[in-house]
Write a protein that binds this ligand. Structure first.
Ligand code: FNR
Length: 221
């Protein structure tokens, strides 16, 4: 398929993406609030780069949470309520920033779910990374192992977002799993109407990512 056709398909998906965003208090609670069965499991924060209801990146996050292997416990850390980073507010930060920072510190590692906006990561995702990186000397990402999963209804799976995000995470001194470098294309075809992952190939792909990620994070903890 030519790139022009791919772009036209992406355009037709924009309307879906423009559904209104929703507050963290409204976020689906189910999978984020499950307590780890195994108290020695590594705790992994899952940060979703889309604010919209019905985000495919959230569906993919829930699929990862559901298939987490023994020894890995995944939980969503919401960024829905984060206001834009403003350096003027650093001395007296908004409560939502502090809540987010304290929450991320509870985890051993982070997986970032990265949709693609204009060949880069969505602004809320970059904003969350910026908030976590400040103030100077309190960069909470420092030395933390990370994984990136990009998703898109387009054929390229958000790989430009993935690459830009990796560049930023390297700058805040996160250790990002190099391979598998997961970018999931045609994400709008992989889930049923209840948001359950139905594509067997994608299940295997995500399972191999989680296995590699589980081994990767042990190198740094
Ligand atoms: C997009 N989309 C998009 N997709 C892509 O593969 N490459 C791109 O550069 C863009 N650019 C883009 C810009 C803007 C402003 C929007 C709103 C959307 C389409 C995008 O991948 C699609 O809407 C996804 O469904 C968004 O991810 P969630 O919300 O489903 O996780």
């Amino acid at each position: 398929m030519g790139i022009g056709l791919v772009e036209m398909e992406l355009e037709s998906k924009l309307d879906e993406a423009l559904m209104e965003s929703f507050p963290a208090s409204d976020a689906p609670a189910s999978l984020s609030e499950i307590e780890p069965d195994d108290l020695s499991a590594r705790k992994v924060a899952v940060i979703i780069g889309s604010l919209r209801r019905g985000a495919y990146s959230r569906m993919a996050a829930n699929a990862l949470i559901a298939m987490a292997p023994q020894g890995l416990h995944l939980e969503i850390v919401e960024i829905l309520d984060l206001t834009l980073f403003n350096q003027d507010l650093e001395d007296d930060p908004p409560v939502a920033w502090t809540v987010f920072r304290d929450r991320v510190r509870e985890f051993d590692a982070v997986i970032f779910m990265a949709p693609e906006y204009n060949r880069s990561m969505p602004a809320p995702l970059k904003n969350a990374v910026d908030i976590g990186s400040r103030p100077p000397g309190q960069n909470l990402w420092d030395g933390v192992p990370a994984g990136v999963v990009s998703t898109s209804p387009g054929a390229l799976g958000g790989i430009s977002s993935n690459n830009h995000l990796r560049q930023t995470l390297t700058n805040v001194n996160m250790f990002v799993l190099p391979q598998p470098n997961v970018s999931i294309g045609r994400v709008d075809t992989l889930f049923d109407e209840n948001g359950n992952l139905t594509n067997e190939g994608t299940k295997k792909y995500l399972a191999s990512f989680l296995d590699s990620f589980a081994k990767w994070i042990e190198k740094f903890l």
